[in-house]
Ligand binder design. Structure first.
Ligand SMILES: NC(=O)c1ccc[n+]([C@@H]2O[C@H](COP(=O)([O-])OP(=O)(O)OC[C@H]3O[C@@H](n4cnc5c(N)ncnc54)[C@H](OP(=O)(O)O)[C@@H]3O)[C@@H](O)[C@H]2O)c1
Length: 228
């Protein structure tokens, strides 16, 4: 499969030489994709594979490796089994949606476990497992900045992950870490559209490009808010 679309001859002079390209990005990375069989993870995987990278997918019941990212022992086992890696991308996480007055303490803890603790564990264990200049890309969502009714646990979880990304970037350099923070996906409107009245949706293809930017680029400590 071609690594990039063919440019027209008049654009060839503007294309970086192979030597410069080698400095700009790393081809053929080995990438662990947690949630790689889900709606977002599938789109991210297709996009990264089309750019020449190797994807190893993880899910609790699906993917190349079965593991629950909320269990530190299972995360360690996956890193052991996966071998050398250049990057970890996450498209997993679940939180309860209820009105605040119906939330229980356990609901908030389950949001923490389901979306925050698991992604933190990928980074906590991953720093010693991925390449020296490798990267982590985590998933959050619009509700940290533009909440909806029934979304307080989601807002809490997304905000926690985003704050973690800012702090972790300071400590893990030259490894990098970013978060992708989309509104509802255009392709998920049938399922979740009623929760996001008037919110501009974002196509999965656009969300996948944010992962490309995070994995192949040089940025760290960034929250890629979508749509831009
Ligand atoms: N859908 C949207 O419109 C939207 C918008 C903004 C943000 N997001 C966020 O994007 C993420 C993915 O959403 P999605 O709609 O793509 O969900 P999805 O279709 O349900 O996919 C979730 C994926 O994650 C895996 N997974 C879930 N929990 C896991 C765990 N504890 N350990 C390992 N793997 C786990 C699932 O595989 P198994 O079932 O095999 O575990 C599945 O592959 C979520 O964090 C969501 O909040 C979604």
């Amino acid at each position: 499969m071609p690594r990039r679309a063919q440019a027209s001859p008049e654009h060839d002079a503007l294309r970086p030489s192979p030597q410069v390209r080698k400095c700009l990005l790393s081809d053929n990375m080995r990438i662990l994709s947690v949630g790689g069989t889900g709606t977002l993870g599938t789109a991210v995987g297709e996009t990264l594979r089309a750019r020449g990278h190797e994807l190893l997918t993880v899910g609790r019941k699906s993917g190349d490796f079965q593991a629950d990212m909320t269990d530190p022992t299972e995360v360690g086992r996956v890193f052991d089994e996966a071998g050398p890696l250049d990057a970890v991308v996450s498209a997993a996480g679940s939180v309860p949606y209820k009105r605040l007055t119906e939330m229980t303490p356990e609901d908030y803890l389950s949001a923490y476990r389901g979306k925050v603790a698991g992604q933190i564990e990928l980074v906590r264990q991953g720093t010693s497992r991925i390449a020296a200049r490798g990267s982590f890309t985590l998933i959050t969502g619009v509700l940290s900045r533009e909440p909806i009714v029934t979304g307080s646990a989601a807002a809490l979880a997304n905000g926690a992950v985003e704050s973690f990304v800012l702090a972790a970037a300071l400590e893990i350099a030259p490894q990098r870490i970013n978060a992708v923070s989309p509104t509802v996906f255009t392709e998920s409107l049938d399922q979740y559209g009623d929760f996001f009245p008037g919110y501009p949706p974002v196509p999965l293809a656009e969300a996948a490009q944010a992962y490309v930017r995070s994995v192949e680029g040089g940025e760290t400590g960034k929250i890629f808010r979508l749509p831009v």
